[in-house]
Ligand binder design. Structure first.
Ligand SMILES: [Zn+2]
Ligand SMILES: [Zn+2]
Length: 286
């Protein structure tokens, strides 16, 4: 639940990121012009509020100086929080994003994913789902988290510039069931994907991968059950991904079951390569 704002900066963040209720009406077809119009209106609303309330850091709520740059993260997080959120890419497994030991010989796998038959080819991630990054991911999920989601997308692209330099022909968010989308004005995976697509100048494809059926909340399900729940949960509409290198975007990668099921469908539809981009990867359970 969103905490009640207690100062001007928090109030500004809470109000400015909250979409109007009617925004959810258009969220089923994010590529439609009403959706874009609503996003534009939300930005205008935020800019107007900044005349009254100065911007503040979304994590620690310290007041920010007015940004000299048009980069979103400059205006939504303070430099101390920015530094804490970005974790070094070195020693992360290219295949699953888990931390690797310094003496791991296998270039493409770690001990955790060597026996897994993941349908995706690579994972690009900002860091591990813990500490400040965990808090940021949770805040980005809530209805007021649109700007923070965009911020995290910016941080991800900036921090992993080399990984994103490979050619992609489509950016696709992990979809949510249409009933859930109807009641949620902001969906973190889609907001992050939209921002990444803008930054990479690669088209966002929101209508290709669809959630075929409702799946229960997975947070407390064991890995085996998650795989069962995600089996046949996605379907690909049309033939647009055939022969394409796809960037599949989500906010958090936990066991990899969701990304695996989605990537499997994309590959079945002819995608040549599927790279998963997430803000955070769950630390390995030992
Ligand atoms: Zn801060
Ligand atoms: Zn691995």
């Amino acid at each position: 639940m969103t905490p009640i704002p207690y100062n001007a900066g928090q109030l500004r963040n809470a109000v400015s990121d909250r979409y109007p209720v009617w925004m959810s009406i258009f969220s089923l077809r994010p590529q439609s012009s009403p959706f874009r119009l609503a996003e534009l209106l939300s930005d205008v609303q935020r800019t107007a509020l900044e005349f009254v309330y100065p911007p503040s850091c979304h994590l620690c709520h310290v007041e920010l100086a007015r940004p000299a740059s048009d980069r979103i993260h400059v205006e939504s997080l303070c430099s101390a929080c920015l530094t804490r959120l970005v974790q070094p890419a070195a020693n992360s497994c290219r295949r699953c994003g888990a931390p690797r030991g310094p003496f791991t010989v296998d270039e493409d796998h770690c001990l955790l994913c060597r026996r897994e038959n993941y349908a995706f080819d690579e994972v690009i991630r900002l860091g591990l789902y813990r500490d400040d990054l965990r808090i940021a991911c949770l805040m980005a999920k809530n209805p007021a988290g649109r700007l923070l989601s965009q911020t995290l997308a910016d941080l991800l692209v900036d921090a992993r510039e080399i990984s994103f330099a490979q050619p992609f022909q489509a950016v696709i968010p992990i979809p949510e069931h249409w009933i859930k989308r109807l009641v949620r004005p902001h969906y973190a995976a889609e907001t992050i994907a939209r921002r990444i697509s803008t930054r990479l100048k690669v088209g966002l494809s929101t209508g290709i991968l669809a959630k075929a059926r409702w799946t229960p909340k997975q947070a407390k399900s064991p890995p085996v059950q998650r795989r069962q729940q995600q089996k046949s949960a996605f379907r690909v509409v049309g033939t647009e991904v055939r022969g394409k290198s796809v960037l599949l975007v989500d906010d958090i990668l936990t066991t990899g079951a969701t990304a695996d099921a989605a990537a499997r469908e994309l590959k079945r539809a002819g995608a040549s390569r599927v790279v998963v981009a997430v803000v955070a990867v769950s630390p390995p359970r030992v």
